[in-house]
Design a protein around this ligand. Structure first.
Ligand code: NDP
Ligand code: MG
Length: 392
């Protein structure tokens, strides 16, 4: 078969690098790399573009164009820079695109890739959280195949009994509980960015690691799952599972619960999305259940982890509530990373923003999403500033 044309949006990140690994493992001649994009990591971007002889390498930062061009000198890889250039690269014909830009910066490029009507491996969960309805509609309109890469959603995708889709009672999203799973509330309140970034099981980018500590990541995943699998809010449940071996489960009306298991390594989900509908050997650790011995499950604590309640409220509110939650969360997360906001302040700011901006209209276009994103960020910024004034 001819090589598959592949693009990676966010090629320099944690998911992007694991995706490059899957491509390496697919062997010579399996893929032709079209576009690789990144932002700050010019050296990493250029190195990957040279290795895979990409058609184009793009940094989202327009001020880094000359640096990228110099790093690609003599390679034959075209250099480009800026947000527009990322979107244009995403629209270059490709059979399979990995969408792994972090945050709402991924919305427009991912939509451009989706509109090609080919296969989109979706890691960027913010697309579905902020603009779920729109993304699902656009995928259907373009005839694109949307393959979930977030490990929980990929697991659900794998165990979904499609002919019996209507017999799904609920899904159980597993959560490791993050580094603060067993911490008392007082200690969580004082947590530092260094403590929050240290995830016990998964090796991920900084923002998603902190979101795992607050469980906002699981909150985003609840919203993501509702859109991806067309579920009602009450059909989405979270279960704490410290070992991160069961990646998620689907419960059916007959009482059967189907689970997908594997080592906590994103290359499972990325590799599955790359080879789907086939299965191929992947460069991942094999599961040794006898060595692991026991798997634990427990209900999440809604008091220490208010993010889950906030996500459920956003699911029930519908429309642009997910977008507001995500944007306020991103603003609060940046403030926490800069030590302008305490750890529990993140959930408080999100809660205040959601109640100030409700009720939420549905999104008619990506412009509505960007407008709500900006509004919620500004509202979060005001609340963060007010807290700093009050405490300083
Ligand atoms: P990283 O922070 O490791 O990587 C983010 C990527 O996006 C990098 O390539 C980065 O470039 C690029 N980038 C950052 N800001 C911008 C911007 N403003 N415009 C364009 N590109 C930008 O993130 P992860 O790989 O961890 O996560 C990527 C996405 O996948 C997120 O949405 C996350 O929620 C999701 N995800 C991640 C999982 C994981 O295990 N890591 C698991 C499930 C989902 P550079 O580094 O060059 O600046
Ligand atoms: Mg996940």
């Amino acid at each position: 078969s001819p090589p598959r044309r592949v693009s990676i949006l966010g090629a320099t990140g944690s998911i992007g690098r694991s995706t490059l690994d899957i491509l390496r493992h697919a062997g010579p001649g399996a893929v032709e790399v079209v576009a690789l994009t990144g932002r700050d990591n010019i050296a990493g971007l250029a190195e990957a573009a040279r290795e895979f002889r990409a058609e184009v390498a793009v940094t989202a930062d327009p001020s880094r164009y000359e640096d990228l061009k110099a790093a690609l000198a003599g390679s034959g890889v075209e250099a480009a820079a800026g947000e527009r250039a990322v979107i244009e690269a995403a629209a270059r014909p490709a059979d399979w695109t990995m969408a792994a830009i972090v945050g709402s910066a991924g919305l427009a490029p991912t939509l451009a890739a989706l509109r090609q009507g080919r296969t989109l491996a979706l890691a960027n969960k913010e697309c579905l959280v902020s603009a779920g309805g729109l993304f699902i509609e656009e995928a259907a309109r373009a005839g694109a195949e949307l393959l979930p890469v977030d490990s929980e959603h990929n697991a659900i995708f794998q165990v979904l009994d499609r002919p019996n889709r209507a017999a799904v009672e609920k899904i159980l999203l597993t959560a490791s509980g993050g580094p603060f799973r067993d911490w008392p509330a007082e200690r969580i309140a004082e947590a530092t960015p260094e403590e929050a970034v240290a995830h016990p099981n998964w090796d991920m980018g900084a923002k998603i690691s902190i979101d795992s500590a607050s469980m906002f990541n699981k909150g985003l995943e609840m919203i993501e799952a509702m859109h991806l699998f067309a579920l009602r809010p009450d059909q989405v449940e979270v279960l704490v599972h410290p070992q991160s071996i069961v990646h998620s489960m689907v419960a059916y009306v007959d009482g059967a619960v189907l689970a997908q298991m594997g080592a906590p390594d994103m290359r499972h989900a990325i590799g599955h999305a790359f080879h789907h509908p086939a299965r191929a050997p992947l460069p991942v650790e094999r599961l040794d259940l006898a060595a692991i011995g026991a798997l634990e499950f427990r209900a999440p604590d809604p008091v220490r982890f208010p993010a889950l309640r906030l996500a459920r409220e956003a699911m029930e509110a519908g429309g642009l509530a997910g977008c507001a939650l995500n944007a306020a969360k991103e603003a609060a997360l940046e403030a926490f990373m800069d030590r302008r906001l305490p750890f529990m302040g993140m959930a408080q700011v999100v809660e205040e923003v959601l109640s100030a901006l409700s009720p939420f209209a549905p999104a008619g276009s990506l412009d509505d999403v960007f407008a709500m994103d900006a509004l919620a960020r500004a509202a979060a910024g005001e609340r963060i500033a007010a807290r700093i004034r009050a405490s300083g």
